[in-house]
Design a protein around this ligand. Sequence first.
Ligand code: SF4
Length: 265
Amino acid sequence: MIAENGEDWARERLEEYLGKALEPSREMPAFSVPDHLGWHEQGDGRLYLGIPVSSGRVVDSTQSCIRTALHKIVERFRCDPILMPSQDIILSEIRPQDRDTIESVLREHGVPRAEDIAPAARWALACPALPSCGLALTEAERVCDDIVAGIEARLRHYGLEHERLSIRITGCPNGCARPYTGDIGIVGRMPGFYSLYVGGDFAGTRLNSAVADKVPLHAIAETLDPLFALYASARAMGEGFGDFCHRIGLPAVQRALAEWRKGAA
Ligand code: SF4
């Protein structure tokens, strides 16, 4: 509504509701996403620890027994768990002298540390989709690790594996994992097929654009590959993938994808 009617219109409507005049809008400081994973001082002498949780699913598996580890730590050290919008978990109120023991409990249970995880996986989000959500058209959480691993392999091919990147995957267009503002949005359209979006930004302050439709699950990373190649060769210093796609513009992104499709045919 603000895009259509303008800021002045929005301010006037707000003033009507509030019954008082508002100051003119001010420039916002650049928005940034703080990284709470790993160990941090919490400001009162105690520590907090951010633990990565793939798609927010606290469950024991053959690779990692995160559920058991969290249960033991919270029970023994009485730390306060905080669920994060990044689908990770913070354990707060930790006494500095308990740090090493908590580290060893996590290690014994195979819980990966933030620094063990590549940026693409570390910042990826997926909604629950199948089988939990009745609106799901495709898988999301259960295919997240495979999709991210495929993308990460392509990034590595171009030496981009250390770039910070937000990948957001959902099982339907409702977008519960915020796919429309990520560097890469992957949205389920029909069983086994996804729409791809690029051009958002890491901080989630800009909408991305649809660049490919009905892409089979197995072809997602391959479809994005020409954009990674372009990004590797033409990005500005420190420029994020979404920012790059936004800067070169939708026509250039679509040209790169079309040329790749022609070459693949
Ligand atoms: S995005 Fe769709 S499939 Fe995913 S949780 Fe939301 S409604 Fe369900």
